[in-house]
Design a protein around this ligand. Structure first.
Ligand code: GLN
Length: 381
C-alpha cells in the first residue's frame, strides 16, 4: 500500500487564494481577500527605491535590521508601556503568518494541546497540526462572538501548552476588551500556558475604543508572543513584513526555527520602514481612515437584504443573509462571484467543521469607488 503524501489531508488551497483567483477569473469585484486596492504612501515607495539604489539588496540580519527593531521597541513602549529588547526580544519576519508558524513550531511539542477560539484565522490550525500538536477549539458565541472565559478554562488540562488569541479579530471584526484581557490573565495565572496574540490589526479599532495588547498587561506579556504587521498598517501587504515580540527565552527558540523557514525579511523594505516609523500619524490615524470606510460601506448596504453584524475593528464587515437564501456561505460566496460578480469570504472557512455556517465577510479596506460598486451589487441581491 502506498503511503499518503499529505501531512494536511483536511486542508485545501486557502480561501483567500481561492476567492481572489475566482474573482480574477470571472472579473468580479474583490471584497474578499483582505488587502487594500489603493496605493501605499509614495514616500514609503521612494524610501524603498532609495534603499535599493543605495545598495541594500543583500540579506538582512536574521532577526531584522537593528534600526528597525529599535524603532519597533520605541513604538511598542509608547503604545503599550512594555520594553522589548531589540537585541533579544524582537524579530522581524516576512509576514505575520511566518511569525505565527515559527512561534507554534518552536514552542509547542508534539501531543500538546493548543486552544483556538473559532472562528479563527485559517493558518492557526494547520500550523498546530504541523507541529504534531492538537488544536482544541472553543466556539465564540454567535452573533456577538463573545467569549465565556469560564468555559475556556474548562478546556485547559495538563497537556495544554498555548492559547491563540486575535484582536482586532479576523474575520468577525470583534475586539477583545480590557475585561477580556484581565479574564485571560487570571485564567492563565498559575498555569504553564503561553499566549500567542495575533494583533495585526492593532491600529484599526473603531468608535473611540482602545486596542488592548497582550504587551500592555505585564503578567500576560511575560508569557506571550505578540505578532504584528507592517503590511496592514502601511497598505503594503505584498511587501511581507511583520514582527514578533516575545520574552528573550521564547524569542531564542522562535529564532532557531525561523532561521530555517525564511532566514530574513526584505532588506530594502526594512530600511524604508525604519526611516518611516517616526511618522506616527500614519498609524495613529489609521483607525479614523478605516472607520469612515466602515461607516460609508455599512450605510450603503443598509438597504440590502444582508443583516450587518457589528464591526468594531479590523477592515472586515460580516453579515448574515437569512432574508436572501438558506444556502451555506461557501456555496453562496461562489454563486455570488459567478452570478453577481462580487467576491466575498465565507466565514465557514474559519471553522474546522466547515458546515452549517451562514455568514459572509466583506473587506472594506478598498477604494471608495470599489466599495460603491460592491454596495450597488449587494443591494440587488
Ligand atoms: N489576511 C488576509 C485576509 O484575511 C489574507 C491573507 C492571505 O491571503 N494569506 O483576507
Amino acid at each position: 500500500m502506498r503511503k499518503s503524501l499529505s501531512k494536511l489531508p483536511l486542508v485545501g488551497t486557502n480561501i483567500f487564494t481561492k476567492m481572489s483567483g475566482l474573482a480574477a477569473e470571472v472579473g468580479a469585484i474583490n471584497i474578499a481577500q483582505g488587502f487594500p486596492d489603493f496605493a501605499c504612501n509614495p514616500e514609503l515607495i521612494a524610501l524603498v527605491d532609495q534603499a535599493m539604489k543605495g545598495g541594500f539588496n543583500q540579506y538582512a540580519p536574521m532577526p531584522g535590521l537593528l534600526k528597525l527593531r529599535e524603532g519597533i521597541a520605541e513604538k511598542t513602549f509608547e503604545l503599550y508601556r512594555r520594553e522589548y529588547d531589540p537585541g533579544t526580544e524582537i524579530t522581524v519576519m516576512p509576514g505575520a503568518t511566518a511569525g505565527i508558524y515559527s512561534a507554534i513550531q518552536a514552542l509547542v511539542q508534539p501531543g500538546e494541546e493548543v486552544i483556538v477560539l473559532e472562528p479563527c484565522y485559517d493558518s492557526y490550525i494547520p500550523s498546530i497540526i504541523l507541529a504534531g500538536a492538537v488544536p482544541v477549539r472553543y466556539k465564540m458565541k454567535f452573533p456577538g462572538y463573545a467569549i465565556d472565559w469560564e468555559e475556556v478554562r474548562r478546556l485547559i488540562n495538563s497537556r495544554t501548552r498555548m492559547m491563540v488569541i486575535n484582536t482586532p479579530h479576523n474575520p468577525t471584526g470583534n475586539i477583545l476588551t480590557r475585561e477580556d484581557m484581565l479574564a485571560l490573565q487570571s485564567l492563565v495565572r498559575d498555569t504553564d500556558l503561553l499566549v500567542l496574540s495575533d494583533e495585526v490589526y492593532e491600529h484599526i479599532v473603531f468608535d473611540g475604543e482602545k486596542h488592548w495588547s497582550v504587551s500592555a498587561f505585564p503578567e500576560l506579556a511575560e508569557r506571550s508572543i505578540m505578532v504584528a504587521s507592517f503590511g496592514k498598517t502601511y497598505h503594503a501587504t505584498g511587501w511581507r513584513v511583520g514582527y514578533v515580540l516575545a520574552p528573550a527565552e521564547m524569542t531564542a527558540e522562535i529564532r532557531k526555527v525561523y532561521q530555517f523557514i525564511a532566514f530574513s525579511a526584505s532588506t530594502p523594505v526594512q530600511h524604508a520602514l525604519a526611516a518611516f516609523l517616526n511618522k506616527k500619524e500614519a498609524y495613529l490615524q489609521l483607525n479614523l481612515f478605516f472607520e469612515k470606510k466602515r461607516d460609508r460601506f455599512r450605510e450603503m448596504i443598509s438597504g440590502s437584504r444582508f443583516s450587518l453584524l457589528p464591526s468594531r475593528g479590523s477592515y472586515f464587515q460580516c453579515a448574515t443573509y437569512e432574508r436572501i437564501t438558506d444556502e451555506g456561505d461557501a456555496e453562496l460566496a461562489i454563486r455570488l462571484t459567478h452570478e453577481y460578480k462580487v467576491a466575498t469570504i465565507p466565514v465557514s472557512a474559519f471553522y474546522q467543521d466547515h458546515t452549517d455556517h451562514r455568514v459572509l465577510r466583506f473587506c472594506f479596506g478598498k477604494k471608495d469607488e470599489t466599495l460603491e460598486k460592491a454596495a450597488e451589487i449587494l443591494c440587488k441581491i
